[in-house]
Design a protein around this ligand. Structure first.
Ligand code: PHE
Length: 498
């Protein structure tokens, strides 16, 4: 309806100067006319320009009076020629009509509001207020004083009216053409495709993004390709394998304090063994399988030493060693592996692991309560610090970090110990990337390893190189419940500097 009217009108006329007037003259709803104009404008059948006008609109109260008459007139008409007692009049009218009506009628001197009787002072009144409201409703102009009075009585409010000035557009036609978007089987059968006008192809439209599955990083993927960590992990595994390392089994997140700490010659009062740093298990709270003779040797070395060590000289408690915890480092796995190695005739080994560890940390941009550790160790007769330096150089240069620096450090289980720093070209500074050392004789000899066997070892978090490689500054974007899924979907397979 509206569309035909608009296109039809423009066929012979220059323009529709005011969509509001156009709609009113034809008894059309202006909202509908506006929608049609917008659509025709979109397809360039017409060109529409905004027009805005400050308009007066009736409030609900104002609209009500166009039907019932103003309260003052309602009141006037309720008064019979002989007058009426005030109370009776009040009963006849709505409370608000009585209240407003009596005030207005008295002001206009239409009535006498006597103490007893209300009487008319004139015989006939015109409902000016109602007439003015009807004029406003019709969009007719009225004078400023009257506007002011009606506004003061809250019968009208100002509103911006929006409409359009409409002219023919570049695609103008008296009737909208239906363009076909698809060539159907029916079109072919009927042969009407010959007459059809087809919508042009939009070759620059973007296709729908292809939805496919993406594993959440928290899910342990069967293949190693699905999350960033697993991708970096895959690369790291490659490096270790090329260097002749075997993977250690790391599938036990729950470990006993014994393997996590005691076997590593970490004293029982060490702050890391506090529940502020370590998650202890409530159920089952203790382990029931430890190699008893080895436990005895570990107790000895802690309490009174041996193998030329003085030990720590404290009362070693079995209950502490039995406590179950979530492993705080993968070095717990290394201690188990070295113990197992010591139970057979000695063969040199190169071991590595990459898996999850847990620490009771305050979570922030760079720390999480669970993260992944990369651990490597070489176990052979007569190894020295130079071997550790050489292996680290080789390992980290394959990771793309060839400028290394070492800083003396302390670990209960290594001597000497060294923190590893690498020069980060992007950041233009030296960053700490890992920790390393040679396992102490207090750790290795109670296990039963031959005396000339040395173990060089190092550890680092998987998150650190991953964040550096992917330029991520908030670890929570990468791991945990706030992970950025877009990042997980978009990220390419990572290549370390190989
Ligand atoms: N376990 C140490 C850590 O958690 C890393 C390390 C491993 C240090 C092996 C020395 C030797 O930081």
């Amino acid at each position: 309806m509206a569309e035909e009217a608009i296109l039809g009108y423009l066929e012979s006329k220059e323009e529709i100067s005011d969509s509001g007037q156009f709609a009113a003259e034809r008894g059309l709803d202006h909202n509908e006319v506006v929608n049609v104009i917008k659509s025709l404008h979109g397809f360039r059948y017409v060109v529409a320009q905004d027009i805005k006008r400050e308009m007066w609109m009736l409030t609900d109260e104002g609209r009500a009076y166009t039907a019932t008459g103003s309260p003052e007139v309602q009141l006037f008409l309720a008064i019979p020629p002989e007058g009426i007692p005030k109370e009776e009049l009040q009963k006849k009218l709505d409370p608000s009509v009585f209240k407003i009506g009596s005030a207005q009628a008295a002001k206009r001197k239409w009535v006498d509001m006597g103490k007893q009787l209300v009487t008319r002072r004139i015989q006939h009144v015109e409902d000016e207020v109602k007439n003015l409201l009807l004029q406003i409703q019709d969009g007719q102009a009225i004078n400023q004083d009257e506007i002011k009075a009606l506004k003061a009585r809250k019968l009208i409010v100002a509103q911006t009216w929006k409409g359009y000035l409409v002219k023919k557009g570049p695609n103008y036609a008296p009737k909208r053409k239906k363009v076909a978007t698809d060539l159907t089987r029916e079109n072919l059968q009927r042969g009407d495709w010959k007459e059809l006008e087809f919508k042009e192809y939009n070759f620059s439209a973007k296709g729908l993004p292809i939805e496919s599955g993406h594993l959440h990083p928290l899910l342990k993927a069967r293949t190693d390709f699905h999350c960033i960590f697993l991708k970096v992990r895959h690369q790291l595994k490659g490096i270790f394998r090329q260097m002749g390392f075997e993977e250690m089994p790391t599938n036990n997140y729950v470990e006993s304090s014994f393997w996590n700490f005691d076997a590593l010659f970490q004293p029982q009062q060490h702050p890391a063994r506090d529940s502020h740093d370590t998650f202890f298990l409530q159920v089952p709270s203790t382990t029931n399988e430890l190699p008893e003779d080895y436990v005895e040797r570990v107790k000895q070395i802690h309490e009174s030493g041996g193998y030329q060590s003085r030990g720590y000289g404290y009362d070693w408690k079995r209950e502490e060693a039995d406590k179950n915890l979530l492993r705080t480092h993968t070095t717990a796995v290394s201690s188990r592996m070295l113990y197992a190695l010591a139970q057979k005739p000695f063969v040199p080994k190169k071991y590595y692991s990459i898996d999850r560890v847990f620490r009771n940390e305050a979570v922030d941009r760079t720390h999480l309560a669970e993260f992944h550790q990369i651990e490597g160790l070489v176990c052979d007769r007569g190894l020295a610090l130079g071997d550790l330096l050489g292996v680290l150089k080789e390992f980290f240069s394959r990771l793309g970090m060839s400028k290394l620096r070492f800083k003396p450090a302390y670990n209960p289980y290594t001597e000497p110990s060294m923190e590893i720093f690498s020069y980060h070209e992007g950041l233009g500074k030296w960053v700490e990337i890992g920790n390393s050392g040679m396992f102490r004789p207090e750790m290795l000899l109670p296990m039963g390893l031959p005396e000339d066997v040395r173990v060089i070892a190092w550890g680092l978090s998987l998150e650190r190189p991953t964040m550096i490689l992917y330029g991520i500054d908030n670890i929570r974007d990468l791991f945990g419940h706030k992970v950025d899924l877009g990042l997980i979907k978009r990220n390419p397979v990572c290549r370390l500097g190989l």
